[in-house]
Design a protein around this ligand. Structure first.
Ligand code: BES
Ligand code: MN
Ligand code: ZN
Length: 485
């Protein structure tokens, strides 16, 4: 990444220059940002003229390409719309940069100047990395060519670094989620955690099956027992603040493939279940960013890694298992496996001294029924901790909506023969009864549960993001922890 001065723009032989524009206001003076204004003048008023003729579309994230613009040495100019100035936000800056980068990534372009008139710069840089990177790693013919070294006007080194680190963290999360389940399984995921710990600077401890047995993680082990791929629990420790500062625990669901187990999923719902470790990948992505940016906070990341499979050794409906915290769980549906895994991981997090917890999980289809594909569900036992997380999500522009946790929901997970059962009564309120189950294992610590089943993975993609994994909530986690520090 290189910073250039505004005065260098006219002479720059770039492959592409990206500027951003608002629509012409109904009344009052029409102002372009300083970069767009300079380009407008260099091109003899072309930008404003094309907006007035509606050739350049100014609605949010619309991209218009102008090839070999007279007056510039650049091969092309890309104009990205921002909508009304009143709608400006860091989230829009991220998405606008990502949309422009995605539009330009159709072939290899080396010298791309990001001259958007938006704030903050780190969101622009992160957006370039994310938007120009696709899910087609395994194709012989790529569809997207990553832009890895954008040029930025008047770049502030700190902001450029934060943007690059965030962009790469999000792309790490996306790459792991997009990778097929024959490549990413519990042991290989754990190896990647160890590798990242070494390069980014955090400690990593890996529990194998023998250790998990020693530690009485029988709820996690019940899910794992149907698979030839052995489970792992990974504990990642980043100490950026003095030891007497509070520790935040990030917990991720890492089901590397969810067949449903004996409560087998139909094929259509099983295809995308490589994405069921997105919570774990998000935790790992956030850990890499926190450590590389040396955020002054103490954070412990824990991921429970299992594969939920069908075999003669699978856990069964009617099985009763004793979770690590001593509670007994009656299994009513082996496809409600994520909560079985998280139950034990949450208990380890508490034991390791995490005072405030956030878990992330592609936990329920019910959450998608409630909120759709793009919005995460948030549930909590502590409104003030929730408010901190919700504020960070708002800052980053990542959609999150709170679901209620009335005590009545807990009655639905009572079992006749054990302390609790792993599903509610029927499917109504399924996202909440799942959260109520998790609440049984947080030992009363302030806790926020983020159900990312909707936004973590999309079949379709959008103007600013390729289809597949989104890397959602990596930015929110880092922002929330920075806000605390
Ligand atoms: N991993 C799924 C949830 C999921 C569904 C994630 C769609 C992403 C997209 C989870 O393990 C699951 O199967 N949940 C069940 C719970 C039910 C059996 C109580 C569900 O939502 O149907
Ligand atoms: Mn499942
Ligand atoms: Zn699952």
């Amino acid at each position: 990444m290189t910073s250039i001065l505004p005065a260098e723009i006219p002479k720059l032989a770039a492959d592409a220059i990206v500027i951003s524009v608002h629509p012409k206001p109904d009344e009052g003076e029409w102002l372009l940002g300083p970069n767009a204004e300079q380009i407008n003048q260099l091109t003899g008023g072309l930008v404003k003229r094309l907006i007035e003729e509606s050739e350049i579309v100014t609605s949010p994230l619309s991209c218009t390409r102008i090839l070999e613009p007279a007056g510039l040495r650049a091969k092309s100019l890309l104009v990205v719309g921002l909508g009304k100035p009143s709608e400006a936000s860091p989230g829009l800056a991220f998405r606008a940069a990502a949309a422009a980068a995605k539009a330009l990534a159709t072939k290899q372009r080396r010298r791309v100047l990001m001259a958007l008139d938006v704030e903050p710069q780190d969101e622009v840089v992160a957006g370039v990395f994310v938007g120009s990177t696709g899910q087609d790693l395994y194709r012989q013919q790529r569809k997207l060519f990553p832009i890895t070294a954008p040029l930025i006007v008047d770049g502030d080194p700190k902001a450029l670094e934060r943007g690059e680190v965030l962009g790469q963290a999000i792309n790490l999360t996306r790459r792991l989620v997009n990778a097929p389940p024959n490549e990413i399984f519990p042991a290989s995921f754990a190896d990647i955690c160890v590798e990242q710990g070494t390069t980014c600077g955090f400690d990593v401890e890996v529990w194998d099956r023998a250790r998990l047995e020693q530690e009485r993680c029988r709820s996690l082990l019940a899910v794992a027992q149907g698979s030839a791929n052995e489970p792992r629990l990974v504990i990642m420790c980043y100490q950026g603040a003095p030891a007497d500062h509070a520790t935040i625990g990030l917990i991720g669901k890492g089901v590397t493939f969810d067949s449903g187990g004996l409560s087998l999923k139909p094929s259509e719902s099983m295809l995308d279940m490589k994405c069921d470790m997105a919570g774990a990948a998000t935790v790992l992505g956030a850990m890499t960013a926190l450590a590389r940016l040396q955020i002054p906070a103490n954070v412990i990341g824990l991921v429970g890694l299992v594969e939920n499979m069908v075999s003669s050794t699978s856990y069964r409906l009617g099985d009763i298992v004793v979770a690590r915290n001593g509670k007994t769980i009656e299994v009513h549906n082996t496809d409600a496996e994520g909560r079985m895994v998280l139950a034990d991981v949450l208990d380890v997090a508490r034991e390791r001294g995490a005072q405030r917890l956030i878990d992330l999980a592609t936990l329920t289809g019910a959450c998608m029924v409630a909120l759709g594909r793009n919005v995460a569900g948030g549930m909590t036992n502590d409104e003030s901790w929730y408010a901190d997380i919700a504020a960070a999500a708002r800052q980053c522009g990542e959609p999150l909506w709170q679901l209620p946790m009335f005590p009545e929901y807990s009655e639905q997970i009572r079992s006749a023969v054990a302390d609790i059962k792993n599903v509610g009564d029927g499917r109504w309120g399924g996202a909440i009864t799942a959260a109520k189950f998790l609440e049984e294992f947080v030992g009363g610590q302030p806790w926020v549960h983020l159900d990312i089943a909707g936004p973590a993975f999309s079949e379709k993609g959008s103007a600013w993001l390729d289809a597949g994994a989104s890397g959602c909530f990596v930015r929110t986690l880092v922002q929330a922890i920075e806000n605390q520090a």
